[in-house]
Write a new protein. Structure first.
Ligand code: NDP
Length: 372
């Protein structure tokens, strides 16, 4: 595990890859997965054939309601590899210059944007203008204004905008949410979200302000932000935050290394979170209520997610997150299904508003009020 971890960190992939699960072979949490499916299949083109794009593509091989049918890439050799590996026809292959032509391709329903964060805004807007549904990786963009522009563009084009919040379909996460809604934890008092890993290669895009939009907060801290919202079940009304930077060469101006941040919620509940690119072993959520608690650790890795509550171990099935996510997204796009926790652009804009507020709180040293 250690050598694989070192390898991944040198490559610069996210800590999420540290909790490696096989890409397929797990049963999905969707009840009807084993039944024959004769509804519409979401035909997806992936944009950005990198580390996570590859994981999604492989997981999609086990989907029943979604299918990888196209690619958009700046690297012709990858396109060739993907064509043979995933049986993608030449007519469904595009690059960043010509992908607007996808509007004339009736065999593609949606484009899944899995490129560096700073590119999502323009790419999603082009996808919307091409009349295709957009699925976009987190963070949806690098600030709330850009995020809102993406939401508006997709509305105007009458296409859906969904974001790759795969934890919103994860069975143990959903069980904690169910228990919280059923009052099994009593009044919620406190959430703790710890998300981080030690990042490798200093030349990677994740440490480039232009492409990443920030640092650890954009990449991994967002899990604690989003998690605090779905675990507590409320939207924060204030934010405080403090930054620590030990390496100003690796983490340049605008690229955060470690930020601790706190939220207050309307009920009086509070959250205390840590986002870092300089510590390992941080993938933990803890929710505390007057009658009980839930702990997920790992909480947002690729799985298996593990957890317990005051009632005992959580033993919901282990899933391949990306397989379930893509099948569920097909249902959202075709049947207007409503997931327990939304995965739409509006949901992502809320996280981006919170990120904006965290950066402002770091800069000013002051408590920042927010309204979502
Ligand atoms: P990678 O660097 O592995 O891949 C990004 C790909 O984007 C590249 O391989 C390249 O593909 C394309 N690309 C286009 N322009 C650029 C550019 N200027 N610089 C670098 N790459 C470029 O990144 P990841 O796959 O790890 O991350 C991509 C997105 O996915 C990010 O937004 C990240 O936050 C998100 N992500 C989400 C995860 C999740 O669990 N939901 C986990 C990991 C990442 P090509 O050569 O085909 O053009």
């Amino acid at each position: 595990m250690n050598s694989r971890r070192d390898f991944l960190q040198k490559l610069g992939v996210s800590a999420l890859a540290l909790h490696l699960a096989p890409l397929s072979g797990f049963a999905s949490c969707t009840d009807d997965r084993n039944k024959a499916y004769d509804g519409p299949v979401l035909r997806v083109a992936i944009m950005g054939l990198g580390s996570y794009g590859t994981r999604v593509a492989e997981a999609m091989q086990s989907c029943t309601k979604a299918k990888l049918v196209g690619v958009i890439s700046g690297t012709p050799s990858k396109v060739k590899d993907w064509q043979s590996k995933f049986k993608i026809p030449e007519k469904n292959c595009y690059n960043y210059e010509n992908f607007d032509n996808i509007k004339n391709n009736p065999d593609i329903d949606a484009v899944y944007v899995i490129t560096p964060n700073g590119l999502h805004h323009d790419q999603v807007i082009r996808v919307a203008k091409a009349g295709k549904h957009a699925i976009c990786e987190k963070p949806m963009s690098v600030n709330a204004q850009q995020g809102q522009e993406m939401v508006d563009a997709c509305k105007k084009a009458n296409v859906k905008l969904l974001v790759g919040y795969r934890m919103h379909f994860e069975p143990k996460t959903l069980e904690v949410i169910r228990m919280r809604k059923a009052g099994e934890f009593g009044k919620i008092m406190f959430f703790q979200g710890q998300c981080g890993f030690k990042i490798g290669d200093p030349t990677q895009w994740r440490l480039n302000k232009q492409l990443a939009g920030g640092g650890a907060m954009m990449d991994i801290g967002i899990y604690a932000i989003n998690g605090s919202r779905y675990m507590i079940g409320e939207e924060p009304v204030w934010v405080t935050a403090q930054e620590t930077k030990t390496d100003t060469v690796k983490f340049k101006e605008g690229v955060d290394e470690t930020i601790q941040f706190q939220f207050g919620f309307p009920s009086g509940a509070v959250a205390s979170c840590l986002s870092t690119y300089n510590m390992n072993n941080l993938d933990r959520f803890f929710l505390d209520g007057e009658k009980g608690f839930a702990e997920l650790q790992p909480s947002t890795g690729y799985g298996p997610i593990q957890g317990r509550t005051h009632k005992g171990e959580l033993n919901q099935p282990v899933t391949t997150h990306q397989t379930v996510q893509m099948d569920e997204m097909a249902g959202i796009i075709f049947s207007n299904n409503q997931p327990v926790v939304p995965v739409n652009g509006e949901e992502a804009v809320k996280d981006l508003k919170i990120i904006d507020a965290i950066y402002l709180a770091v800069k000013t040293g002051k408590k920042v009020d927010i309204s979502l």
